[in-house]
Design a protein around this ligand. Sequence first.
Ligand code: NAP
Length: 314
Amino acid sequence: MESRVNRTRRGWRVQRFFRFLSAADELAGERPTRPALISTARKAPRGRATRSQERARAMKIVVIGGTGLIGSRLVELLRLTDHEVVPASPTLGVDTVSGSGLADALRDASVVVDVSNSPSEDPETALAFFEASGRHLLAAESEAGVRHHVALSAVGTDRLPGSGYFRAKMAQERLVRGSQRPYTILRSAPFFEFIGAIVEADPEGSALHVTPAYVQPIAAGDVAVALRDIALGRPQNQELEVVGPDSFRLDELAVQILTANEDPRPVIPDRQAPYFGAILDDDSLMPGDHPRFAMTRFEDWLRLSIAQKLTPAF
Ligand SMILES: NC(=O)c1ccc[n+]([C@@H]2O[C@H](COP(=O)([O-])OP(=O)(O)OC[C@H]3O[C@@H](n4cnc5c(N)ncnc54)[C@H](OP(=O)(O)O)[C@@H]3O)[C@@H](O)[C@H]2O)c1
């Protein structure tokens, strides 16, 4: 049987092109229908909305975890639109675990995007976080009449019960699906930034044991773009996937990151090396048949991130 990796490698160029076209169509179709122009002294050009119509259509979008890696990028992107964007997180006075500040933040909100994360990957902490956070958030959304809940999850969440963190993400997804509220769950491939951070964080001087499982990683900025498009569209009431343009073995990525950082540590491919506590097979982190493909290539991202590290701050 053809593996998921081969299917993805063979098809990604064609699929990316068609996904790009259909994403553009979807977006165009998802825009709210423009109301008929009313007769006023100064008519807007035919087919274009007046400023007051634009304002009337603007939504309030709350980004839970709006200070994080993905959240801060998403907030920046949404602020380029006509919508009102409210980042929310404990440092901004909103805590989804205790519920404090939530009702105020969600008042009059149309869309909530949840890109928050547990303070730790420890299985019990992560499960307690995603369960408490999900319950409070969905109840507050119901109270506020929020029309679309968007949640960021991970590719492979349904295939990695051996990982406590992935079980916690599954619990988060289950709460969303069971809430009877309109939703879209976006499962993302691992972020370039995350893989870079775990490789660089390992203790200096020792060899790195890394699983050779396949992964199709993605730039955090591209995840934020996909979430923006979803937040501005209609609820899909299903799970979508987003991945980067190319697949790699994780140990090969680790070698590339260490080489670019002039880090001499050797990388040992090790099928038993855990990823979030789970032992991976080749396809555990690979997407299904119809992911959305992002554009940023790992090599370009790595070059840029090294250049940024070497650039003195002014
Ligand atoms: N890492 C990956 O490769 C990957 C892949 C797929 C999916 N994901 C998912 O992506 C999501 C976002 O990850 P990230 O790396 O952007 O996270 P991050 O940088 O660690 O940011 C976490 C955010 O959550 C907020 N937060 C923490 N506790 C909270 C609470 N009690 N109430 C409300 N907000 C709270 C933080 O706020 P403060 O700044 O105020 O503390 C911060 O804004 C996660 O759910 C993760 O599972 C990650």
